[in-house]
Ligand binder design. Sequence first.
Ligand code: NI
Length: 171
Amino acid sequence: MPVREIRLLGDPVLRKEADEVVAFDAGLRALVRDMFETMYHEEGIGLAAPQIGIGKRVIVVDLRREDHDDEPLALVNPRVIWASSETAKQTEGCLSIPTLEEIVERPAKVRVEAHDPEGERVELHADDLLGRALQHEIDHLDGILFLDRVSALKRRMLLRKWKKLEEEHES
Ligand code: NI
């Protein structure tokens, strides 16, 4: 089953801390393939495994639809090992909270340590949209959503809007 169902805000799996991957096996590579296919199908630029209901520390990112030429990335057990004190503000959305967007302030640059799906250690320095996407997806692995990174006032507004969308959807 290549394209998987996206879990939406309210699903408890999005709030759980995901488990470290210990086996770099065919199952992991199949998960990565499904995650890329699901992300492309949903026209997203990043996806974390919990968003398809899998509690494992795996993310994929591909910024080419936003006209960035970075190579597509699949990172296993990624960790932010350094973040700049300088911050940047940019609008974010999330496939698990469709139609909602808000400006989120995050460190402008980060250094990320991870493994690739074959188990090789990788380290990357990322800024701009890549730095933001990596931070957003790594947050998912700790049960954190972009909603948690905005002011309480903005969060309340977003949650109200989400509730309204859900009600419209049900009626
Ligand atoms: Ni997201």
